[in-house]
Design a protein around this ligand. Structure first.
Ligand code: WTA
Length: 649
């Protein structure tokens, strides 16, 4: 990538009506970093408080004592900002447009209805004995009940932990145990691309795992009416319990720093970690970023195509948009069903103005040629957004030209589960666009680039991306393991938050995220730890050792490439490759499906036994010309074998 890119200057008509133009962005950004207390005290007013905070910022990244608190003497309830306060002004406005997997299924839920449904479920949760501080696991389809469940937990001070519906029973069990969760809310089945996924069966399987005894109840939404096993006493039908409840439920008064949710994500080592997000700072940040970055204007229809199982769904389908009184579209299905024109057809059907999606979805459409969008006009679109992985300039240009009819700015938003909300992104009325760059930091965000030793790099530079000071949406800890939180994010570069991403800064100060620099993969925008996949593989009796790396993949961004050393005496067969693929899918979930498996009689290791992943990555990427220094290897000949038998794709 060079800097000799097209530049798309801010359009005057957009700047004229946007929440921020160039001057306003600069003034607010400057204030936000020079006077964070003043800036955020003002911004806190955008949500409802029981008690307005007077203590605004109390944060330190000192690795001996990482302590992050925002608005710490304020009290609130997140569901009040998302629901109650809209009742008078927009009670009959649509809060959620639901589009089913089947193109004939759709419904609108107004703010008044959403409020009532949330209160009913909140009352039902109380009847089940769930209260403040209890963790509720949500393993749900993309249906309005998923948002209702999140808000109902918030309403009574319970902490939700949403687990993506594509995860396996084992992955679900691990998260139920990790969060000590008393209740799971699920559905009989989910429907995606015409296929049914047996969510309830998966929950049943998860609850046979040791350690899940803490989970006492499973509440089941009837989505398809598909056949499920029923365990009297432990299972409860959602509608049986919820429909009879009062449509009013007092909102629990929570401290700003009480947890709102846990969300598990993958790191470079060990099991997935549950990031802890708290109430006040998170909500202020989700709401502010949603308004400014998507330039959300009253009455617009906004669609984020993520799943609520990921952080993008939390902040930009549910909390941000609802706090802002927006109309947010929730799509149950997949962009390729019944045909590849679906995304555009949904835009036309519901007059979507703002479309926020992922590079992998764009590349998948692009592979079918421009004609793939011919079944829709997309005239209603005004703004596009991208998230989850670096967007290559070709995909950016195609998104702009074909999906957006060459008239919609694209906000390329960089952020992470840990950050709670977007940290680096253009504001459409303020910042000129360069395809492939997330451009400039949002209010209150102080990015920097450091070299391997942690020295800050000035000006045009390539390095590791760190953030120097706290912002309100930041995760506060890892659930149950604050030490790991400190180790993971604040110890590599002392006193700085380390993102795990590599990044370049150009002559205009624009940031270009280059991807992970740690052992985390990003496959179709899904984060996965290589260590997780490796530990799944070595649990198979045929596998003596495994090493997992990413390789460039046209559609997925990164594919999963696996080197396997077999146990003595085991024959390397195609059958076994299939078996190992199924093994990982079953253990983690379909998103962890290996793309390539190569048999490796030996793995390149240093004399101290450390696997040299750099070399494995190069072989997987077919860049065997520049393997660098292999003289430190215990046995350099294994590399020749790996190159020679490189699994062809
Ligand atoms: C990557 C998703 C480049 C990055 C919100 C980050 C991106 C990881 C972008 C977090 C972007 C996300 N450009 N890379 N616009 N957005 N990433 O936690 O590597 O699922 O560290 O959060 O995705 O993934 P996560």
């Amino acid at each position: 990538m060079t800097d000799q890119q097209n530049v798309y200057p801010v359009r005057d008509d957009i700047a004229a009506n946007a929440w921020a133009d160039r001057e306003k962005y600069q003034a607010l950004y400057q204030q936000s970093v020079e006077d964070p207390e003043g800036f955020w005290a003002e911004q806190a007013k955008r949500i409802e408080w029981f008690k307005t905070p007077t203590k605004i910022k109390h944060t330190t990244f000192d690795p001996h004592n990482v302590d992050i608190r925002w608005f710490e003497d304020g009290t609130l309830n997140a569901s009040v900002s998302c629901l109650d306060r809209h009742l008078e002004t927009r009670g009959d406005q649509t809060a959620i447009i639901w589009e089913g997997d089947d193109p004939n299924d759709a419904k609108h839920v107004t703010y008044r209805e959403l409020h009532a449904k949330t209160c009913q479920l909140a009352n039902a949760l109380k009847e089940l004995g769930i209260g403040k501080g209890d963790v509720v696991t949500l393993y749900m389809p993309m249906i309005p009940e998923a948002a209702v469940a999140m808000l109902a937990c918030a309403r009574i001070g319970a902490v939700h932990s949403v687990v993506f519906g594509g995860f396996s029973p084992d992955a679900l069990a691990q998260r139920i145990i990790g969060a000590n969760s008393k209740l799971v809310i699920t559905a009989d089945e989910s429907v995606r691309g015409g296929k049914h996924v047996p969510l309830k069966d998966n929950v049943d399987a998860a609850l046979t795992r040791k350690g899940t005894e803490v989970c006492e109840k499973v509440m089941v939404v009837k989505r398809t009416g598909g056949e499920i096993d029923w365990s009297e006493g432990r299972n409860v039908w959602y509608h049986d319990l919820v429909d009879k409840q009062a449509t009013d439920c007092p909102a629990e008064e929570m401290n700003a720093e009480d947890p709102l949710f846990i969300l598990y994500t993958s790191g470079s080592t060990g099991a997935p970690k549950g990031l802890k997000h708290t109430t006040g700072g998170y909500l202020v940040y989700a709401s502010l970023t949603h308004q400014y970055i998507f330039d959300y204007q009253d009455g617009e229809v906004y669609w984020c195509t993520a799943d609520v199982g990921w952080v993008t769904g939390h902040s930009y389908i549910v909390y941000g948009p609802l706090a802002n009184g927006a109309t947010t579209l929730m799509f149950e299905g997949v962009p390729s069903y019944p045909s590849h024109g679906r995304m555009g057809e949904i835009v036309d059907k519901h007059n979507v103005n703002i479309l926020y999606t992922a590079p992998t979805a764009i590349r998948a459409l692009m592979a079918h040629g421009d004609g793939v969008m011919d079944t829709s006009k997309r005239d209603s679109l005004r703004l596009l957004g991208s998230v989850g992985e670096p967007i290559n300039p070709e995909a950016w240009e195609w998104f702009y030209r074909v999906i957006g009819n060459s008239k919609c700015p694209i906000v390329d938003t960089w952020w992470q589960t840990e950050t709670g909300g977007i940290l680096i992104s253009p504001l459409p009325g303020a910042i000129d666009l360069k395809p492939g760059s997330a451009t400039l930091p949002f209010f209150g965000v102080v990015p920097a680039l450091v070299d391997a030793e942690g020295n800050e790099l000035e000006g045009v530079a390539d390095g590791n991306l760190v953030i120097l000071d706290s912002w309100p949406g930041q995760a506060r800890s890892i659930w149950g393991d604050h030490e790991r939180f400190i180790q993971t994010y604040f110890s590599t570069y002392k006193g700085m938050y380390f993102t795990g991403d590599g990044c370049r800064r150009d002559e205009d100060g624009y940031y270009w995220i280059t991807g992970r620099v740690d052992d985390v993969l990003n496959v179709s925008g899904h984060r996965m730890g290589t260590a997780e996949i490796e530990s799944s593989l070595v649990a198979h009796e045929a596998v003596a050792e495994a090493a997992v790396v990413g390789f460039p993949h046209d559609i997925k961004g990164q594919g999963i490439y696996i080197y396997v050393t077999l146990t003595d005496g085991v024959e390397p067969t195609d059958e076994l490759k299939k078996e190992l693929t199924q093994w990982v899918r079953k253990d983690i979930g379909p998103i962890a499906s290996p793309d390539v498996i190569q048999w490796a009689p030996g793995l390149p290791k240093t004399r101290s036994g450390k696997i040299m992943r750099r070399i494995l990555r190069k072989i997987a990427a077919n860049e065997t010309g520049g393997l660098g220094d292999t003289s430190t290897l215990a046995d350099p000949s294994v590399v020749d074998d790996l190159i020679e038998n490189r699994a062809n794709r």
